[in-house]
Design a protein around this ligand. Structure first.
Ligand SMILES: *[C@@H]1O[C@H](CO)[C@@H](O)[C@H](O)[C@H]1NC(C)=O
Length: 509
């Protein structure tokens, strides 16, 4: 890497260089829907789009060392296909991508495999009876595809889970229509959606273990009415609605215990509040396997009286078989989480909830105080599904894209020509440097520094000034003055950039 140690002295602070649209700060207009059901912006250098968020509550006590990972999608016109998205702590874009043709993306996370960090997600068709038919992907820290993982035994990977274990295997979910005895529900033999999970060796793609719900969980344990489903050759009955967490031996497949639901095995020391969750998501062990955190949707409808989505922290005593509510996490704004959702403990002890079908995420202190709340769709549309994200998670992350930084020359709102630069996924840029050169016939160009500005937001702009040389380019610099990347060169003499859009025109003739 080349070293430019004299940069800091040249850092200019006076000009407005952030090209991102302003972030909304507790905007009532935003929450009233004045900017539409899913406000987005497009960036000039890359054409990428990003959600424009409304920071409704902010606090120094939120975990600002982490980035936010989610995949907004929904019924709003500009959200029909998900964009997996990383935002920084101020709501600015860090990285975004779509995937394949007409594919949805779910469950963007950072996971570790053999000591390295990867971006992981599911992509595919999410319109298969509330399940997904797709694959799982791992991208390395340069955003290159490292693995593509399929479900085994002829099944398609479902969107709900993709967890990498310390053993280097992946736990994934899958669904399959099978015929079972439905006499306990007043029917004959008929089709159900069988829920499976598979443990897959990531290196080889081989199946390590498979578990089928119908072999261990009776269909009569569901709370869902079978209605017209489950008739021979008819629609498959989806019996997932058990309102319970089942702990399973990963070698034998035996059920170890059930928390909540019709087969609850725990004494609830909190008058039912530790076991009364319903339509829940994202059950995880916490606090060294002594607690479970669960996103309790509580209801799958709209704003019914039953609807009180919350995160719950339940203390599990596996010897005494007792369950005790340690803490509830409730959003102060009344809302329904009709589907999806996530709850995770963060490294500093805070707790992050994503409300699934409703476009917001909220960070709480460990003991339940609301600290930060971010909307990525207006509050008056919560429940409409126009913008949603299966999960919203936070992780530490460093990204080093191998593409070149993007550059474009465009006129701003004041008709001034600006050089716009950004670099999708590059987390370590501290400064952008504009360089210029005049090139005489047959000579090497001599690059000189024109301006250096602190990176602030996703896209940075430089005003093109009358005295600037004919050739321009920008360098992305890290905090130690190393050049991380360099844009294509814009050449004014030929009126053509080396690699930009064809209708580009040079302002300084
Ligand atoms: C987790 O619990 C186990 C078993 O009680 C204990 O041996 C271990 O030290 C605990 N780990 C931490 C990090 O507290």
């Amino acid at each position: 890497m080349r070293h430019l140690s004299f940069l800091t002295a040249l850092l200019s602070v006076a000009t407005l260089t952030r090209a991102d649209e302003p972030i909304f700060l507790n905007s009532k207009e935003y929450d009233n829907g004045d900017f539409g059901p899913y406000p987005i912006q497009h960036f000039k250098a890359t054409g990428h789009r990003a959600p424009r968020v409304n920071l409704v509550r902010q606090s120094d006590r939120c975990d600002h060392d982490l980035y936010t990972f989610f995949s907004p999608r929904g019924f709003a016109n500009n959200a029909r296909l998900a964009q997996s998205t990383i935002l920084d702590q101020n709501g600015h874009l860090v990285w975004t991508t779509s995937w394949g043709e007409n594919q949805q993306m779910y469950n963007l996370q950072v996971q570790e495999y053999k000591g390295n960090k990867y971006l992981t997600f599911w992509a595919g068709n999410d319109a298969v009876g509330g399940h997904g038919a797709g694959k799982y992907y791992m991208l390395d820290q340069s955003y290159k595809k490292f693995k593509e993982i399929d479900a085994v035994n002829g099944l398609k990977g479902d969107l709900h889970e993709f967890t990498i274990t310390e053993q280097g295997t992946a736990i994934i979910t899958a669904y399959k229509v099978v015929d079972v005895d439905l006499s306990s529900l007043g029917k004959t033999t008929g089709p159900i959606w069988e829920c499976l999970f598979q443990e897959i060796d990531i290196e080889t793609g081989d199946l390590v273990f498979e578990w089928r719900a119908s072999e261990h969980i009776a269909v009569a344990n569901t709370y869902r009415h079978i209605g017209g489903e489950g008739n021979p050759h008819g629609a498959a009955f989806d019996y997932r609605y058990l309102h319970s967490v089942t702990y399973i031996d990963g070698r034998t497949g035996d059920v170890i215990w059930v928390l909540g639901g019709k087969k609850n095995m725990f004494d609830d020391l909190s008058d039912g509040r530790a076991t009364s969750f319903g339509f829940q998501h994202d059950a995880r062990w916490a606090n060294n396997y002594t607690e479970m955190t669960i996103f309790d949707n509580s209801d799958d409808g709209g704003f019914s009286d039953k609807s009180h989505p919350r995160g719950v922290r339940v203390k599990i005593d596996q010897e005494a078989m007792t369950a005790e509510l340690v803490q509830e996490y409730k959003n102060p704004t009344r809302l329904a989480a009709a589907s999806q959702g996530s709850m995770r403990d963060l490294p500093n002890g805070n707790v992050l909830l994503g409300f699934g079908n409703a476009p917001l995420f909220t960070e709480f202190s460990h003991d339940g105080e609301v600290l930060c709340e971010t909307h990525f769709g207006p509050a008056n549309k919560f429940g409409s599904g126009e913008a949603q994200s299966y999960r919203v998670l936070k992780f530490a992350w460093q990204g080093f894209p191998t593409s070149d930084p993007a550059v474009a020359i465009k006129q701003d709102d004041a008709d001034e020509w600006r050089v716009y630069v950004s670099w999708n996924g590059a987390t370590e840029i501290v400064q952008w440097v504009l360089q210029g050169a005049d090139k005489a016939e047959g000579q090497e160009e001599q690059w000189q520094m024109l301006e250096a500005v602190a990176k602030d937001g996703f896209e940075t702009s430089f005003l093109v000034k009358p005295g600037h040389p004919a050739w321009l380019r920008a360098l992305a610099m890290d905090g130690s003055g190393n050049v991380l990347g360099m844009t294509a060169t814009l050449i004014s003499t030929s009126l053509r950039p080396r690699s930009l859009e064809p209708e580009w025109s040079w302002p300084l003739e």
